[in-house]
Structures are given as structure tokens and as C-alpha cells.
Design a protein around this ligand. Structure first.
Ligand code: NDP
Ligand code: HSE
Length: 434
């Protein structure tokens, strides 16, 4: 039986998940592949920590160079994360003729063009199924299953950590910080969890999906990004009173002159399928012109689900090596020469949830609604509970569809009023996801 040797750099949450999948499903994988995937070397800084899996001691090394410069290794699996030295390692592996598998969405979103150009130059391939949606095979689905479609829109819950936090804040009324600690303990969060909770990790994943779906080169700076760290239990409670759930959503719409790409907490109708996605689960709701709406669902983070995606790339690459297939590209490349025109958030039109923190005085509601009206913003409903003469109280409004620039100007004016005691919270609403 033909044996393909692979090297792993990064024996953390995902690295150990990969090793477990390779070990536990070895007979199945060998039978399906008609060959054997041999884990030849594992590099990690810390060789003492218990990884929950047993590997022969002699394959462990603290030196990534031992993977990169070993001519027997055909595929280098990069699971250390971060930008450097991961970028340098991947470029070096490719230069020495190794195929690469990575889950590093931050690196692909920032340096994808350079990495894919190098892969082409050196005649190697890169597998990145695990970079979006954890265990959900969304990259392959977009590139193969949906290749016949013009993609109209993508709505994705793409960050397991944030969805886990929002779900537990909703169900158990727990505070943000407490739940984040659990997500870290469970191995869902990035080494720097601000990437998760500030929406940056979701933007990295949206950049990858949008490049595939809309065939454009995405500059991360063009994606509007807002995280969940300012969402309070009060917003969650009000949103459910209005019949909505709050999710951190990646939104991509490609059916206008400009592509719309944004990441922010979003209020979705409570009955929508995406609203039912809880905990570490991710879901990607994609509409194509021929297929209509589709939804992909599964665990978006964690060692084993992500390991499943990494190993799927390994099987794919090893299959080609065994069959002697070289240079198989995809019909949907990750990197396009076409720079996409992205709609600015000021141009985006949505209904909005606005939570003002206002002194409870006569005339407050009419002052706020007057300013909103002046900026062409119509009010659909208002909630104000509790009466406190001296303290500020929450005043919540749902607007009709409003342009981003109008919301922006109105809130600048309202936030500077004496009666307003804190920055107004804005949550955009997507009421009509088809
Ligand atoms: P971990 O931090 O758990 O694992 C990374 C491992 O790499 C650590 O053991 C780290 O050692 C080691 N490492 C760091 N630098 C080097 C180096 N120079 N040489 C060798 N080893 C090194 O991260 P994850 O497994 O969670 O994530 C890995 C990648 O997968 C990231 O790109 C992440 O974004 C991505 N990903 C993660 C998912 C998840 O659920 N966790 C899901 C999907 C993608 P030390 O800890 O000592 O620094
Ligand atoms: N930190 C990421 C998440 C890992 O929580 O979704 C999966 O990409």
C-alpha cells in the first residue's frame, strides 16, 4: 500500500484533533484512499503538555525546520496559527515542493494572494477547508457543489466562540466575560480572543467565502466589522420582545453593482433557521440563482470537527499523489485579479434597533424622534419601561428601513444631547433573509 508522509506544525487543539482523527479512523481512511497517511513528524514549541493523544516520542520535535526541510514529507500541515512565522513556514514548505494544508484563516485573508501565487509558482496545492466553518465542508461545497450558480447572498454564523457566548447569554442570562472564559477552556477561542468577539475572525472567514463566491479580491479594510462585546443582556431581552434573536452575522450580497460585505451583531426573526443555531455551531445560508437557498450547519470550532476538515484536505491531496495527478486546480480560485467594489456601510439600508440611554423627562421621546425624522428615519415601534426621575433609562426604538449615513448623522446629533447619558447602541436588522 502506498504511504504518503506528512508533517504537522502546531500540536494544539486542532493539531491534536487531526492526530486523533488520523489514528481512530485510520482503517476507514486507508480503505477509502487506497493508501496510508503516515504522520512522520510533529513540531510544537511545548513537548511536555498532555495533548490527549499518544504519538511515538521520536516523531516529536520543537523545531519546525525538521518538518520543512525533510524531503520525505509530501504535505506540511500548518496548525500553529498567527501570521508569522506561519507565513514564512508555509512559503518555505511550498518552495521545497510540499503541498500545504492550513486552518489559518487570518493568514489566508491577509496574505492569500502571496501564498497562492507561490503555490502556483512551485506547482503545489493548498487545502484550506478548515479555515471557514470548522467541520462544515463549506469550501468544497462552494467550489464544487454550487459551482453552477451565481451566488446571490451569503449569511453566515461563522464564529463558534461568539455564537457560544450569545447563546449562553440568552439562555442562561450569564455575563459576557464569564462565558468567554468557558469558550477559551473548551478550545474554541483564538489565542487572542478579541479576534473572535470583535468580529475580526468572522471577517477573515467572510473574506475567504466572498472571494470564492463573488470572484473578487477582498481587501479586509473594506469589510465593515463590529463585534459582540457591547451587546448587553438588556439588548438580548428587548430583541426577544420584538420577536428577534441576536447573532453575529457575516453578510455578503452580490446581486447589485457593488458587493455588500459586513460583519456585525444582527437581529434576525426568531423563527428563521439561522436563529436556531446555538452554541459552538456555525451555519452558512447561501442563495444561488439556480439552487435557491441552501444551509450548511455543523460545529464551527473544536479539535475534532476542525480535524475532520483538515483530514478531508489530506485525503484529497494524498488521493492525487497516489493517482499521480498534478496541478489540479479549482474552478473557483481563492485569489482573483478582479478588485471588488464594496459598498460602504453608509450606503447600506436596513431597519435598526436603537437603544438610547436617556433621562426620563417630558419631551425626551419627541426630541429623539424629531431628530430621527429630520434624517428621514421612520420609527416602527418604541419600548420604554420603568420611571426614574433622576437616572437615565433605556429607550428602545425599532426603525423602518434607514440608510447607514442617515443613522450615523442622526446618532451623532442625538448622542451629543444633555439628556443622553451613554453612547446609543445600534443593532442592524435582517428581517427578510431569503
Ligand atoms: P492552539 O494554540 O491550540 O495550537 C497551536 C499550537 O502551535 C500550540 O501548541 C503552540 O504552542 C504551537 N506553536 C506556536 N508557534 C509554534 C512554532 N513556531 N513552532 C511549532 N509550534 C508552534 O491553536 P488552535 O489549534 O486552536 O488553532 C490552530 C489554527 O487553527 C489557527 O490558525 C486557528 O485560527 C485555526 N482554527 C482553530 C479552530 C479551533 O477550534 N481552535 C477551528 C478552526 C481553525 P504554544 O501553545 O506553546 O504557543
Ligand atoms: N476561534 C474560532 C471560532 C475557531 O470560535 O470560530 C474556528 O475558526
Amino acid at each position: 500500500m502506498k504511504e504518503i508522509k506528512i508533517g504537522l506544525i502546531g500540536f494544539g487543539t486542532v493539531g491534536s484533533g487531526v492526530v486523533r482523527v488520523l489514528q481512530e479512523n485510520a482503517p476507514l481512511i486507508e480503505q477509502r484512499l487506497g493508501g496510508r497517511i503516515r504522520l512522520h513528524r510533529i513540531a510544537d514549541i511545548d513537548l511536555e503538555r498532555d495533548r490527549g493523544v499518544q504519538v511515538p516520542h521520536e516523531i516529536l520535535t520543537t523545531d519546525a525546520e525538521a518538518v520543512l526541510s525533510d524531503p520525505e514529507i509530501a504535505i506540511c500541515v500548518e496548525l500553529m496559527g498567527g501570521i508569522e512565522p506561519a507565513r514564512t513556514f508555509i512559503l518555505k514548505a511550498m518552495k521545497s515542493g510540499k503541498h500545504v494544508v492550513t486552518a489559518n484563516k487570518a493568514l489566508l485573508a491577509l496574505h492569500g494572494a502571496e501564498i497562492f501565487a507561490a503555490a502556483q509558482e512551485y506547482g503545489v496545492r493548498i487545502g484550506f477547508e478548515a479555515s471557514v466553518g470548522g467541520g462544515i465542508p463549506i469550501i468544497r461545497s462552494l467550489r464544487e457543489g454550487l459551482v453552477a450558480n451565481r451566488i446571490i447572498s451569503i449569511f453566515g454564523i461563522l464564529n463558534g466562540t461568539s455564537n457560544y457566548i450569545l447563546s449562553r447569554m440568552t439562555q442562561e442570562k450569564k455575563g459576557f466575560r464569564e462565558v468567554l472564559k468557558d469558550a477559551q477552556r473548551l478550545g474554541y477561542a483564538e489565542a487572542d480572543p478579541t479576534l473572535d468577539v470583535e468580529g475580526i475572525d468572522t471577517a477573515h472567514k467572510l473574506a475567504i467565502l466572498a472571494a470564492l463566491a463573488f470572484g473578487i479580491r477582498v481587501d479586509l479594510n473594506d469589510i465593515f466589522v463590529e463585534g459582540i462585546s457591547a451587546i448587553t443582556p438588556l439588548d438580548i431581552q428587548y430583541s426577544s420582545e420584538f420577536g428577534y434573536r441576536i447573532k453575529l452575522l457575516a453578510i455578503g450580497k452580490g446581486d447589485g453593482a457593488k458587493v455588500e460585505l459586513r460583519v456585525h451583531p444582527t437581529m434576525l426573526p426568531a423563527h428563521h433557521l439561522l436563529s436556531t443555531v446555538e452554541g459552538v455551531y456555525n451555519a452558512i445560508y447561501i442563495s444561488g440563482d439556480a439552487v435557491g437557498p441552501t444551509m450548511f450547519y455543523g460545529q464551527g470550532a473544536g479539535g475534532l470537527p476542525t480535524g475532520s476538515a483538515v483530514v478531508s484536505d489530506l485525503v484529497d491531496l494524498c488521493g492525487d499523489i497516489i493517482k499521480g495527478i498534478k496541478g489540479r486546480g479549482s474552478h473557483l480560485p481563492l485569489v482573483s485579479s478582479q478588485q471588488g467594489a464594496i459598498k460602504a456601510i453608509d450606503e447600506v439600508v436596513t431597519p435598526c434597533y436603537l437603544r438610547f440611554t436617556a433621562l426620563d423627562r417630558p419631551g425626551v421621546l419627541s426630541t429623539i424622534s424629531g431628530i430621527l425624522g429630520k434624517h428621514e428615519i421612520g420609527i416602527a415601534s418604541v419600548i420604554q419601561k420603568g420611571r426614574k426621575i433622576k437616572e437615565a433609562v433605556p429607550v428602545v426604538m425599532m426603525t423602518h428601513e434607514a440608510k447607514g449615513s442617515d443613522i450615523h448623522h442622526a446618532l451623532s446629533e442625538i448622542n451629543s444631547l444633555d439628556i443622553i447619558r451613554a453612547k446609543t447602541t445600534v443593532i442592524r436588522v435582517e428581517g427578510d433573509i431569503a
